[in-house]
Write a new protein. Sequence first.
Length: 332
Amino acid sequence: MKIDRRDFVLAAAAAATAIPAAAASYTLVTGPNGKTLKTGEGKEVFTYLTSKPAGSKLAGNSACCFHPLRTPSGEVTTNFAPADFPDHRGLYLAWHTMEFRKPGDFSTMGPYKPTHGYDINRGDFWGWGLYAPTDGRVIVNKDLRMTKGDATSAVVDVHNDWMIDKDKVLDEATTVSVHEAPGAYVLDFAIRLSSTYQVTIPQISFSGFSFMNRTDGKFTYAGPKGPSTYTDPHYSVLDLNWPSADWYSYTLTTTGGKTITNVVMDHPLNPPTTWHNPRYIWMTNPCIAAKQAINMPAGKPLTLRYRVVVHDGALPAGYAEKLFAEWKNSRA
């Protein structure tokens, strides 16, 4: 049988067009104040700010936060340095009271030198300034890169030095893994902290890993037990913090009529935690230091794990529970 060359060419062309083009991968794009993670479709997921934007009224010395953080439809979920609480910045990690100790050198003090003691420094990296100094206390980004990216997920590594003047007192290595779930972006955080100092976070009601929620509209908080009806916490006391829970959500119906939901999940491997979620500040804050002081021996790292979900619309029934169970069970 004679094969017509034109038929062969047409068949080959049809087969080629039937093969779907490879989907584009996530990218991390440099901007004026940090880097922005984008999906293969070009949708922005978050910007990690490494410096303060021009004209910012952010209190304190550090940017180093995720803002804006968006839903898949592009809605911004975070708030940055609002006029009434300018020390808050998107989604971030910081404590307002920390103590750093090293054994003191008393060799030049003569016959009356103490047998032992410490050089002690304190710092507020949150930017509040009420309980510890903020001068010279700054979180400095040293590296920010995407270490994995394909059409469905990305991994971004953040390396920050926590400085008191010219002295690095804490090393932060944060890995955030990002993927999309129905109607949402899911961000999994593994945060490794280490120091050459003995580090203490005293027992305090708030700070640490915190989500400053967008505020322009009507909002509700909820948890695994349903809508949250707890009294609002206050920074001066510990007993008003909300009880330990797998997660708490914040659902906002904006003045423009769009509904978005932010969920913060606490991993069972983290230190015992209560939540500082005052409605008058619009924050979601699982505080590891509310039940006990946190002590990090020199050279012994502390690892914290959190999952954050930013969702278009209200959460479907069982949605947060399913995502929490998947995440918890996938961790060693």
